[in-house]
Design a protein around this ligand. Structure first.
Ligand SMILES: NC(=O)c1ccc[n+]([C@@H]2O[C@H](COP(=O)([O-])OP(=O)(O)OC[C@H]3O[C@@H](n4cnc5c(N)ncnc54)[C@H](O)[C@@H]3O)[C@@H](O)[C@H]2O)c1
Length: 415
């Protein structure tokens, strides 16, 4: 099937973006070199649905250098960059994606990459796996396995697995230490504020920032808000995470109370309707709402659109909604992941680690997929560790090694 992208003429700009990323992705460059020689994916088809920007494009090129036939789509209607998609097509990959696609087009693009009959699936949020299990069951037998990038995708896979319906092994890439320790916390922490700042051009210092969810991502978003000089309020449903937020120096309260106080709101829970109609009814005039969770259901956009008496685009990626009493509420990037809809996503060095885990997990599936009994597996410890060791080497850092005596001490029962 021919690629479906907006405009192949945009390729030079996409190539520049990918070149820049390559310079900062030491691990992926190393894997590119290795895979070019060893061809671990020779004869294999890989379908990939990940936010289609330059770092993802480089991952696609690394897998392609390893012999994989690549079938690529995005994982969110607003995160695909058309110039990057064009650069991949120019490099000979099959791509089905464009920025601002409708829901129907998004689904068509997912179907297009699945109909190639992939052996490996690389998913971000679970859309490929979900569609394969519902509409493309005939293609399941040739799938060796897949990798899932994000927390929400893993929650969906775990639900499928609990019902005994997951048909092939999936690697929980997100759960690798070298993924969520850095990507979810430092990646989301930095890129969310990059997206908000470049879109709003407003001061954060002295403002009240409400962060909904104090998981791996929420911790990063709150930490960077504090660094920008904001007063941070955290909302949570988990008592332990709430205490952690308090001890980290943040205030904690229910959203119903925080809604009245916040200037900026960032939802990052993976849950739905975290900011709902009751919150809209008390939110301050001029409050800015955005979401960093995987799906656009964390702010109840449907209800906000229904109750708004006026809607006005204030700037690119900022939609204003006027409520019946005259208050304006502003939403960034239509409530989709703000760091990707309003920015370029995580820093290159962060995605270098996450995607090194992806590439090595895909290789692991090719080598061991047929032996795997479990449907949901974690990234093997040795892969996690080897990525950490490679990263340390590129950072120019060395660390201590246990002496045989210390090893004996740590392994001794009489410790
Ligand atoms: N924007 C990005 O680039 C990016 C990167 C990684 C992950 N994600 C997505 O962000 C979301 C969160 O990921 P994570 O790794 O931080 O997950 P996590 O499980 O570590 O944290 C989620 C937190 O939200 C809390 N929570 C759940 N429902 C809530 C509610 N109704 N109100 C308040 N708190 C609630 C949970 O108790 C938990 O502490 C997921 O959807 C994930 O896929 C986005």
């Amino acid at each position: 099937m021919p690629s479906e992208i907006r405009n192949i003429e945009l390729a030079p700009s996409g190539e520049e973006k990918i070149e820049w990323v390559k310079r900062h992705c030491d691990l992926l460059r190393t894997l590119h070199e290795e895979f070019e020689k060893t061809k671990p994916f020779a004869g294999k088809k890989i379908a990939l649905s990940v936010h289609l920007e330059a770092k993802t494009a480089f991952l696609c090129l690394v897998l392609n250098a390893g012999g994989a036939e690549m079938y690529v789509t995005g994982s969110n209607p607003l995160s695909t960059q058309d110039d990057v998609a064009a650069a991949l097509v120019k490099a000979g990959l099959e791509v089905h994606a464009w920025y601002d696609c409708t829901d129907e087009e998004y689904e068509r693009h997912i179907k297009a990459v699945l109909s190639a009959g992939p052996n490996i699936i690389i998913d971000d949020g679970g859309d490929l796996v979900h569609m394969m299990h519902t509409r493309y069951r005939d293609l399941i037998p040739q799938v060796i396995g897949g990798c899932e990038e994000t927390t929400t995708g893993i929650i969906r896979l775990e639900a499928l697995n609990r019902e005994g319906k997951l048909e092939f092994p999936m690697v929980r890439v997100n759960n690798a230490q070298m993924k969520h320790f850095f990507d979810n916390r430092y990646g989301t922490g930095q890129s969310v504020w990059d997206g908000i700042n470049r879109t709003t051009n407003l001061i954060v210092a002295g403002k009240i920032v409400v962060v909904a969810g104090y998981g791996w991502c929420g911790k990063g978003v709150a930490m960077r808000a504090k660094g920008l000089g904001a007063k941070v309020i955290v909302t949570e449903i988990d008592p332990v995470k709430s205490i952690e937020a308090i001890m980290d120096g943040f205030d904690v309260m229910p959203m119903k109370e925080a809604a009245k106080l916040g200037d900026f709101f960032v939802t990052v829970t993976g849950c739905e309707k975290v900011i709902d109609e009751e919150d809209f009814s008390v939110i301050k005039d001029g409050a800015i709402l955005c979401n960093a969770g995987h799906f656009d259901c964390e702010i109840d956009m449907k209800r906000l659109r229904e109750i708004a008496v006026e809607k006005k685009e204030m700037r690119n990626n900022i939609m204003g909604y006027r409520l019946s009493d005259g208050r304006w509420v502003y939403v960034l990037g239509e409530g989709r992941l703000v760091n990707l809809a309003c920015g370029d996503g995580h820093p290159a060095e962060i995605m270098d680690m996450s995607f090194a885990i992806q590439a090595l997990s895909a290789k692991y599936l090719v080598e061991h997929g047929s032996e795997l009994k479990e449907r949901l597996i974690d990234v093997p410890e040795e892969v996690d560790r080897s990525v950490a060791e490679m990263k340390l080497k590129f950072l120019g850092k060395s660390i201590d090694k246990l002496t045989p005596e210390q090893e004996r001490y740590l392994n001794s029962a009489s410790l």
